[in-house]
Design a protein around this ligand. Structure first.
Ligand code: NAD
Ligand code: TYD
Length: 353
């Protein structure tokens, strides 16, 4: 199996690459990543010497590059995670989300389709797995509602609109060209290597450095949090046992109001940093709300649990402790990603193919 994983230098992608490289030594894993501000090869330093792992620097917005690479490499499968992923950035710069998330995904679909249809076995034994988000379903307002695989798409931010568009293209290629596609839509992830522009790592970093903790609006928005390694395990299950053409929702049945989550993090950090109880919470600062801020996300994950036997392995409090411990033990990683040092360090080490 020659497997292409896109976005493998990012937060979730690096956990997926690690899982596949270590669990499937018989597979050849190719990690294609443009190394944007969010991509960081230090996330994979522990496995980069593995004989079944190859890094390829490249941009999915470059259609010719993808066509050439697919023609040369004859991949059997694709797990597509490369994306622009931060809602706040999508509000200030929507076009880069259109380019990577929509155009980049269609480029990848074309490259896979064109190389596979001309191969001896055609689409037989091939798989194109598109990794997406629960944000495509929009915002929940009734506390009894959950996002199921049948929930109509209703994206509210440029980020979620771009992911929704990419999901539609993937399904359209499955329907029109019979490309063997499978999709998953996951809730908010957290864990080691999370880029510190997102809520949990930003709060950990700011608590540690005694900076204000910016809570948008009243902090009443609800997110459903899943430990990143559990998402990687779900991706493994969907890639290997998901039915062609199907979609699987992935989530931890773990809803938290932002303000409650920030308070819990403050308590954990006070304990870890030997600060008197209540010290970190004094840093909480309510700031102007995000434009178009979705109120609540909550995934109904029964389908993947019942049909593929996947379940989350960690309770949230345990996962948060592990996450905080990782950030406290990896200060150098945090300093480097926040200063952009990794990008300049790796620039030039890997030639563009
Ligand atoms: P991330 O921003 O941490 O990583 C994205 C990776 O993609 C980076 O390594 C970046 O260098 C790479 N990339 C960006 N543009 C590229 C391009 N044009 N060509 C090649 N590589 C490019 O994102 P993440 O949080 O790890 O999310 C990964 C995927 O999972 C995304 O598709 C996202 O929509 C989806 N997702 C994320 C979450 C979450 O909570 N973070 C939840 C559900 C689904
Ligand atoms: P984020 O981690 O950006 O994920 P998403 O917007 O994709 O769910 O944000 C999680 C929640 O935290 C979301 O409701 C916005 C809120 N938030 C803050 O209150 N302050 C912050 O500084 C950030 C980054 C997010």
């Amino acid at each position: 199996m020659k497997l292409l994983i896109t976005g493998g230098a990012g937060f979730i992608g690096s956990h997926v690459v690690r899982l596949f490289v270590t669990k499937y030594p018989e597979y050849q894993i190719y990690n294609l990543d443009a190394l944007t501000y969010a991509g960081n090869l230090a996330n994979l330093s522990d496995i980069e010497q593995s004989p079944n792992y190859t890094f390829i620097k490249g941009d999915i917005t470059d259609a010719k590059f993808l066509e050439d690479m697919f023609a040369e490499m004859s991949f059997d499968g694709v797990i597509h995670l490369a994306a622009e992923s931060h809602v706040d950035r999508s509000i200030t710069d929507p076009m880069s989300f259109v380019m990577t998330n929509v155009v980049g995904t269609v480029n990848l679909l074309n490259a896979a389709k064109n190389s596979w249809k001309d191969s001896a076995s055609g689409f037989e034994g091939k798989r194109f797995y598109h990794v997406s988000t629960d944000e495509v379903y929009g915002s929940l307002h009734n506390p009894e509602d959950f996002f199921t695989e049948e929930t109509a798409y209703d994206p509210q931010s440029p980020y979620s609109a771009s992911k929704a568009a990419s999901d539609h293209f993937v399904r359209a290629y499955g329907n029109t060209y019979k490309l063997p596609v499978v999709l998953s839509n996951c809730s908010n992830n957290y864990g080691p290597n999370h880029f510190p522009e997102k809520l949990i790592p930003l709060m950990i970093h700011n608590i540690q450095t005694n900076k204000p903790l910016p809570v948008y609006g009243k902090g009443e928005n609800v997110r459903d949090w899943l430990f990143v390694v559990d998402h990687a395990r779900a991706i493994d299950a969907v890639f290997h046992t998901g039915k062609p053409g199907e979609t699987y929702n992935i989530g931890g049945f773990n809803e938290w109001k932002n303000i409650d989550l920030v308070h819990l993090l403050c308590q954990i950090m006070d304990r870890k940093l030997d600060r008197p109880e209540g010290t970190s919470a004094q840093l909480i600062t309510y700031v102007t709300d995000r434009a178009g801020h979705d109120l609540r996300y909550a995934i109904d994950a029964h389908k993947i649990m019942n049909e593929l036997g996947w379940q989350p392995s960690l309770q949230f409090e345990e996962g948060l402790e592990k996450t905080v411990d990782w950030f406290l033990a990896n200060q150098e990683w945090l300093d480097n990603v926040t200063s952009g040092n990794y990008q300049s360090y790796y620039q030039g080490m890997y030639a563009n193919r």
